[in-house]
Design a protein around this ligand. Structure first.
Ligand SMILES: [Zn+2]
Length: 109
């Protein structure tokens, strides 16, 4: 079994639906995540785990294509960190990838 290290930056503040990242997405710093941009709502822990799952897939994809594991880049360099966060911000959790009832209920407006 292989464990990958994934940056946890903003995992509880990044919308998995539209990518909007803001502290304001966590009203009163509670357990509910609500995207101020698209209105997507989810328990903050679930949101965080989805973001981490997406990031893990991205890291593994890089690993497969480059043959190099870059899961632990030098994040002390602002450029690298910004670049990684930019790539993470492009990740989306689509309904196709998550066919559970909770998501369908959220999307049915
Ligand atoms: Zn959103």
């Amino acid at each position: 079994m292989i464990a990958s290290k994934v940056s946890a930056h903003y995992t509880s503040q990044s919308c998995v639906k539209c990518g909007h990242t803001s502290k304001a997405n966590r009203p009163n710093k509670g357990l509910l995540f609500r995207c101020e941009c698209c209105g997507y709502e989810l328990h903050a822990d679930l949101l965080g785990s989805r973001n981490i799952a997406l990031r893990t897939l991205l890291v593994r994809q890089d690993w497969m294509s480059r043959g190099v594991l870059s899961a632990s880049p030098d994040v002390s360099k602002d450029e690298t960190k910004a670049e990684i966060l930019q790539r993470f911000s492009e990740l989306r959790w689509t309904l196709d990838a998550s066919p559970n009832l909770a998501d369908k209920r959220v999307s049915a407006k």
